[in-house]
Design a protein around this ligand. Structure first.
Ligand code: GDP
Ligand code: MG
Length: 197
């Protein structure tokens, strides 16, 4: 339990604001039930927990090694539909987005495009960091979304793509968070160089 802190409204309380800001602010978005909460808990605790309150929104602070460097991330696990109006504050807050669908749920995959457009309209740019994550690939008999079509979508959105399972604990869960972190840092550097020119 002390691995993560549940904070009211999904945002950090004042005590945490005093501490050094995190190196990246990441947000999980995707339809209800795709496994966002399971993924973030797997990433942070290396465990799988079957049931979460689907309405709970919370922010986690996590420190981990990325490319031999100790980095801190703030990770917001959202609840509810991604394109909904109430997500705007979350989208403004976030620097990188895990766009999560379930390989067993076609609609959750088809909604990713809308989600991406929604972020672009809130951010007023297509230039933001995201990764596409297809979760629940342990459920091979219930697969409704092919790997190739997801790869194609990732090309269209110019982002990385990972297929994974929050319950089998492969490398892909870790890599999706870490790659998103790298992209946030990279993009921040490029943007600040552009501004200086
Ligand atoms: P969220 O609404 O996106 O946060 O989804 P949850 O994390 O609450 O997960 C929804 C349901 O899917 C729960 O019953 C989880 O146990 C289940 N689940 C999540 N990830 C996986 C996975 O990778 N494989 C399987 N088989 N079930 C999963
Ligand atoms: Mg959840």
């Amino acid at each position: 339990k002390d691995f993560f802190r549940v904070v009211n409204n999904g945002h950090l309380g004042t005590s945490q604001k005093m501490t050094k800001p995190a190196d990246s602010r990441l947000v999980l978005l995707g339809n209800p039930g795709v496994g966002k909460s399971a993924l973030v808990v797997r990433f942070i605790t290396k465990r799988f927990i079957w049931e979460y309150d689907p309405t709970l929104e919370c922010t986690y602070r996590h420190t981990t090694m990325v490319d031999d460097e100790n980095v801190s991330m703030e990770i917001l696990d959202t609840a509810g539909k991604g394109e909904s109006i109430h997500q705007e504050g979350n989208i403004n807050w976030g620097e990188g987005f895990l766009l999560v669908y379930s390989t067993t749920d076609r609609e959750s995959f088809e909604d990713i495009v809308n989600l991406h457009q929604h972020i672009a309209s809130v951010k007023k740019t297509q230039n933001f960091s995201c990764v596409l994550v297809g979760n629940k690939n342990d459920l091979t008999h219930e697969r409704k979304v092919g790997q190739e079509e997801a790869e194609q979508l990732a090309v269209d959105l110019s982002c990385c793509f990972f297929e994974c399972s929050a319950c089998d604990g492969g490398e892909a869960v870790d890599e999706s968070f870490k790659e998103l972190h790298r992209d946030v840092v990279r993009r921040r550097m490029v943007n600040s160089m552009r501004r200086r020119r």
